[in-house]
Write a protein that binds this ligand. Sequence first.
Ligand SMILES: [Zn+2]
Length: 126
Amino acid sequence: MKLYKAKCSQCGRMMRRKTRSELLSALRKHLWKDHRNWMVARIKAGKRNAEQNNPSIQDVVQAIQKGSTRAAHAVAGQMTEGRYQQVKQVMDAVQPLLPLKAALAWEGVEAVHDIVKRKKGGNTRK
Ligand SMILES: [Zn+2]
């Protein structure tokens, strides 16, 4: 039986799951549990440039396409909420077609976005 595999970019731990979505959520949980400080540091680094550098959808998709977790996180930290919602629409639509590496990078972006929201106090209603 084929297993989906991913390697944690931080500690090199290999994860194997039967389905792609199980793998993505396992990796997300692992990143938050074992590398929380790193996740937060990446967000802060991105936020420092946020005002002048709201990345375009193309920037985001390119970082994700490269499957570079580091690039995707940096880009995620710089996105405004409006831009994130635009990108999310695109990514949700194409996610099943993406190579696994790219899907994992997007998963990282979403994870970063989630904590940014939580830090703002969780009141996200308009
Ligand atoms: Zn790890």
